[in-house]
Design a protein around this ligand. Structure first.
Ligand code: GRF
Length: 209
């Protein structure tokens, strides 16, 4: 079984999608062994507890220095002995030491079609605001491996979502989640658990049907 640690900061709907897909047998040979939150107030923690998953909170402001915080975060991850670390709405930049330690074993879900509308400052509603402002007709979501850059690692899966007249950032955010994020995040974990993702020169090749 692929041991999965999920890092969260918010409501946890992507975490929920993963929990549900594992329960439904759509994600095979994988289990969530720990949910780690950057905030004690994250709704994702309640979802984890309800699903009987071990939780931990590592909050930056409880540590005096970046070093202490990074050590605590590393310990929380290491303690779960994960094969895969999933960032599901984790709003903190992952320390380089952790990226290095888990090279090609950390994935992130981003709510746009990378390389559009990504990089520093593009998170949450801001992404969808910029999409609408630019007037693009298609957006979507991307699951990618995490490297030292911001949204720059190898792309695993993407799914397109069309804009509609009258879309607001909130309406679009919800549609991108429902139609894309909640589909491709579990699918990527399943692919990885089946050994169906290979990285070659910064590009992935997947066994997706
Ligand atoms: C999602 O839009 C995800 O793409 C982004 O943060 C949001 C998290 O939502 N990285 P949730 O906590 O999974 O509901």
């Amino acid at each position: 079984m692929l041991r999965v640690a999920v890092l969260v900061s918010g409501g946890g709907t992507n975490l929920q999608a993963l929990i549900d897909a594992i329960d439904a047998g759509k994600v095979r040979n994988a289990g969530i062994v720990r949910v780690i939150s950057s905030s004690p107030a994250a709704g994702a923690l309640k979802r984890a507890v309800k699903a009987g998953i071990d939780t931990e909170t590592v909050c930056r402001k409880e540590y005096d220095s970046d070093e202490d915080y990074e050590r605590a975060l590393m310990e929380a991850i290491e303690g779960a002995q994960p094969d895969l670390v999933v960032l599901a709405g984790f709003l903190k930049i992952l320390p380089g030491r952790i990226v290095e330690r888990y090279r090609n074993r950390i994935i992130n879900i981003h709510p746009s079609l990378i390389p559009s509308f990504c990089g520093p400052g593009y998170y949450g509603l801001k992404v969808h605001e910029e999409v609408i402002k630019r007037g693009v007709k298609v957006t979507g979501a991307t699951v990618h491996f995490v490297d030292e850059g911001c949204d720059s690692g190898p792309i695993i899966l993407q799914k397109a979502v069309y804009l509609k007249n009258g879309d607001t950032p909130e309406i679009l955010q919800k549609r991108v989640m429902e139609e894309a994020e909640w589909q491709i995040l579990p699918k990527a974990v399943d692919l990885i658990a089946q050994g169906g993702v290979r990285i070659n020169g910064g590009i992935t090749e997947t066994d997706e049907e």
